[in-house]
Write a protein that binds this ligand. Structure first.
Ligand SMILES: [Zn+2]
Length: 105
């Protein structure tokens, strides 16, 4: 089994999890604000935190989708910048890593 095949289910599971989070965040953000002014101010702050979380999740979703398409075309595990093999320890820590540790730092 090659590295891509091994990591694919992990990436897919993470992708499903993130998509669920984003849906949940989206629903919370869509809930109508309360009428009370002070409560609304607190909610707005909470909304900003949620938006940040949502944006971070969307970024990771995009990275995972890129990793999955690289598994499809057989370039998964190669650094997108220099073409070197990404260290297996790095792949295990960051399955959607698109760059070797040297290029990423
Ligand atoms: Zn590199």
């Amino acid at each position: 089994m090659n590295l891509g095949e091994k990591m694919k289910p992990i990436l897919e599971a993470r992708l499903a999890e993130l998509k669920e989070d984003v849906t949940e965040i989206d629903q919370t953000l869509r809930e109508p604000d309360s009428q009370d002014f002070e409560e609304r101010a607190t909610e707005n702050e909470g909304d900003e935190v949620l938006e940040d979380l949502g944006n971070a999740a969307l970024t990771e979703i995009a990275q995972i989708e890129t990793a999955l398409s690289r598994i499809e075309d057989g370039t998964y595990g190669e650094c997108a910048t220099c073409g070197a093999e990404i260290a297996p320890a790095r792949i295990e820590a960051v399955p959607h890593a698109a760059q070797c540790i040297k290029c990423a730092s």
